[in-house]
Write a protein that binds this ligand. Structure first.
Ligand SMILES: *Cc1c(COP(=O)(O)O)cnc(C)c1O
Length: 418
C-alpha cells in the first residue's frame, strides 16, 4: 500500500448480518444474498464466502459474467442471475450450473437458434455409449407486478411463458419471482398491491398444472418487515452489508456496517483569511485556519457533490470537507483539531479509526498483512463513533447502495478473515 487510502471489508460483520436475517426466517426458507456489482463494492467472492458462512443458501448476481467469476473463485452454491441474459449467456450459465431469469417468450425462442451442448453421453444398458442428453439451463420466471422493469405483465402471460419454458428441452423451470418497488416506503400499499398481483399469477400457474418451483419476492426491506411475504426464499442485499434499506422503519435485528473507508493526511497547511481551497475556489478561508489534505477523491468513489458538505472523522471528531473534492484528493478543515498532523488516519465512512493508525504504521503492517493489524479493532467491542453511509448518502442526494458500489477498484480492500 503505497498510497495511504484503503477500505476495510468486515467479512465477519457480513456473516453476522446474514445470520441475523436468517434468524427471522422459518427454518425451511431459502436465503439468497445479492453479491452483484462486486458484492455491493465489498468484493463479490469475499461477500459470497461471508454470506454462505452466515447461512445464505443462494447467491444473486446481475449477469452471467458475474456468476462465472464466482464459479471461477470456487463458489459452488446455487447462483441466480437476476438480470436478463442473452441466448449465449444462458448457454454459458447452463454449462457453469448457474440459474438465469427469463421474462419474455422471445428469450426462449432465441435459445432454439443457437447450437446447444449435450451432457456427457449416457451409457446404455448394454454398456455401450448412448446419445448424450440435452443440457438444461435452470430458469426462474420473472413476473412484473409493478416495477415495470423485467418480466411478464399478466397472469395469462405468466402461464404462456411457463408453458413455453416447460416445453423447451433446453430449460428447466426452477422458480418464479417478482421484485418490489416500494417495500422500503413508509406505506406498504404499493408493495401490497404487487404481492396481490404476484399471488394471482401464482394461482393461475398452479391452476394450469405448472409447478412454479422456488417462489420469491422479498428484498431486504420486505424480508425485514413482512414475514408473510417470505414465500420460499428471500433475496437480501443491503441488509447483508449492514445498512437498512430505508430509515422509515427500524430493522428488527442489529445490522453492522461492513464497509469502511480510510485515508491518511499527506499535508497540513495554515491558510490566511481570504485564501481559497481547491478547483473553482469554492471555499474561502474566513480567518486563519488549518487545512489537511487527504489522498482520496471522486475517482475513488467519494462523490464530488460532497464538496463543502460532508465531513470526515479524526478519532471520532469531525473535520468538514472544504473546497471541491478533486479526482484523487480532498481537503478538510482541521482548525478545531490542532493535534491532527501528517500521517493521521481519517475516516471517510464507517467506524472511526483509532489514533494508532498512522500512515507509517499502516504502511509497515501492509508489508505483511494489513488485516492482521486492523482486524482486532473491528473484532473488539468498542465504542468508536461511526460515520454512516446513510448520512453521506443524504448529503449526496442518493442512497447508501450507490456509495458502496461507487468505491473504485483502485482502493485496496482489506478483507478481515472470517
Ligand atoms: C439487488 C436485488 C435484490 C436485493 O435488494 P436489497 O434492497 O439490496 O435487499 C433483490 N432482488 C433483486 C431482483 C435485486 O436485483
Amino acid at each position: 500500500m503505497f498510497r495511504p487510502t484503503f477500505a476495510v471489508v468486515d467479512a465477519p460483520a457480513i456473516r453476522a448480518n446474514v445470520a441475523a436475517v436468517r434468524s427471522l426466517l422459518q427454518s425451511d426458507k431459502r436465503l439468497l444474498v445479492a453479491v452483484k456489482a462486486d458484492g455491493y463494492g465489498h468484493g463479490a467472492a469475499a461477500a459470497a464466502e461471508a454470506a454462505l458462512a452466515g447461512g445464505a443458501t443462494d447467491l444473486g448476481v446481475a449477469s452471467v459474467e458475474e456468476a462465472v467469476a464466482l464459479r471461477e473463485a470456487d463458489v459452488t452454491a446455487p447462483i441466480l442471475v437476476l438480470g436478463v441474459s442473452s441466448a449465449v449467456g444462458v448457454r454459458a450459465a447452463a454449462e457453469f450450473g448457474v440459474t438465469v431469469t427469463v421474462g419474455r417468450i422471445e428469450e426462449v425462442d432465441e435459445l432454439d437458434k443457437i447450437p446447444w451442448p449435450t451432457t456427457s453421453v449416457t451409457p446404455t444398458s448394454a454398456g455401450a455409449e448412448g446419445p448424450g442428453r440435452t443440457l438444461r439451463a435452470k430458469v426462474h420466471l420473472k413476473i412484473d407486478t409493478g416495477m415495470s422493469r423485467l418480466g411478464v405483465r399478466s397472469a395469462a402471460d405468466a402461464v404462456l411463458l411457463a408453458k413455453r419454458i416447460v416445453a423447451s428441452e433446453r430449460l428447466e423451470l426452477a422458480g418464479v419471482f417478482t421484485h418490489l418497488a416500494c417495500a422500503d416506503a413508509s406505506s406498504l400499499a404499493h408493495a401490497q398491491a404487487q404481492i396481490e398481483r404476484f399471488q394471482e399469477a401464482l394461482s393461475a400457474l398452479r391452476k394450469a398444472g405448472i409447478d412454479p418451483g422456488i417462489v420469491h419476492a422479498a428484498n431486504s426491506a420486505a424480508a425485514l418487515r413482512r414475514p408473510d411475504w417470505h414465500f420460499d426464499m428471500v433475496r437480501v442485499g443491503i441488509a447483508a452489508y449492514g445498512y437498512g434499506p430505508a430509515r422509515v422503519f427500524d430493522s428488527p435485528v442489529p445490522l453492522l456496517p461492513a464497509l469502511h473507508l480510510y485515508s491518511c493526511v499527506t499535508r497540513v497547511a495554515t491558510l490566511q483569511a481570504g485564501d481559497t481551497v481547491g478547483y473553482g475556489a469554492t471555499f474561502t478561508a474566513p480567518r486563519e485556519m488549518r487545512v489537511a489534505t487527504l489522498p482520496v477523491g471522486y475517482a475513488d468513489g467519494y462523490f464530488r457533490i460532497l464538496s463543502n458538505r460532508a465531513s470526515v472523522l479524526f478519532h471520532g471528531r469531525r473535520a468538514p470537507v472544504v473546497g471541491n473534492v478533486c479526482m484523487d484528493q480532498l481537503m478538510v478543515d482541521v482548525t478545531e483539531l490542532p493535534e491532527v498532523t501528517v500521517g493521521d488516519c481519517a475516516t471517510l465512512y464507517g467506524r472511526s479509526a483509532p489514533e494508532s493508525w498512522t500512515a507509517e504504521r499502516l504502511s509497515a503492517a501492509a508489508e505483511n498483512d494489513l488485516s492482521v493489524f486492523v482486524g482486532p479493532f473491528f473484532l473488539a467491542e468498542n465504542s468508536a463513533s461511526v460515520l454512516s453511509l446513510d448520512e453521506l448518502a443524504d448529503l449526496a442526494g442518493t442512497i447508501s447502495y450507490e456509495l458502496m458500489c461507487a468505491l473504485s477498484p483502485r482502493v485496496p480492500r482489506v478483507v478481515l478473515s472470517l
